[in-house]
Design a protein around this ligand. Structure first.
Ligand code: E4P
Length: 229
């Protein structure tokens, strides 16, 4: 079980790496845009190399920025050369249901030794097929599944069961965290990894009653003059 950080911001990666609690980083074009990464492939390259260097040997997922299969394939091969720990994120299919993405994933993994994170999944059946195609990671967007009125916990349980039953090596990442309680709930349901935005991670750590308790210790240390001894 592991927690990845869902961010493109250097300061977030630095902070949570120093704390020793993350085992990888995930990005996508929306996250990069929000993290101030603008300016084409060179901007993605620079930020990706920087983050990959900071978290090495843990993995960084970098998503393709095209829906054209040939261009996706070319980007996948290039991104993977930027650093050893970069894996390439490829959506399960295109916005109109184009399925060529599977061929790209299969070729990158089996012919070019590129690690792929197959993303934007909403169901166990998509996970199974991504894992069969050879993806190293299969990513379900838990919060989005829940927002559609389904319980993603059921999809996570089913995905983990079929992947284990088939002896497939793919790791299940659950992203799209919306609430603090998602993290433990999804790991408990069978996710190998939950990828978490920085605010959710902070929410997991800081508890009002812990604050109050620590304040009591500090106040009593002061009263007993124990502060500096
Ligand atoms: C993870 O890898 C995804 O890119 C991410 O968690 C998506 O989250 P969203 O639903 O908040 O866009």
């Amino acid at each position: 079980m592991a927690i990845f950080l869902d961010t493109g911001k250097i300061e977030d990666v630095e902070r949570f790496m120093r704390m020793g609690i993350i085992r990888g980083v995930t990005t996508n074009p929306t996250i990069l845009l929000r993290s101030g990464v603008v300016g084409g492939r060179e901007a993605i390259r620079k930020r990706s190399i920087e983050i990959a260097g900071m978290i090495k040997p843990y993995p960084l997922s970098v998503e393709v920025t095209t829906n054209d299969p040939a261009a996706m394939f070319e980007q996948g091969r290039e991104f993977a050369k930027w650093a050893e720990n970069i894996n390439v994120k490829i959506p399960i299919h295109g916005p109109a249901g184009e399925m060529e993405n599977f061929e790209v994933v299969h070729r990158l993994e089996t012919e070019f030794d590129v690690r792929v994170n197959m993303t934007a999944m909403m169901s166990a059946q998509q996970c199974l097929l991504g894992a069969l195609a050879g993806a190293t990671y299969v990513s379900i967007f838990g919060g989005r599944v829940n927002n559609m009125g389904f319980n993603c916990v059921e999809e996570i349980r089913k995905a983990r069961k079929v992947i284990d039953d088939q002896g497939l090596p793919a790791k299940i990442i659950i992203g799209s965290t919306r609430e603090v309680l998602n993290v433990i709930e999804w790991l408990e349901a069978g996710a190998h990894i939950v990828t978490v935005v920085p605010d959710i991670l902070k929410g997991m750590i800081v508890h009002p009653y812990s604050k109050e308790t620590v304040q009591m210790f500090l106040d009593d240390a002061k009263k007993a003059d124990l502060e500096t001894r």
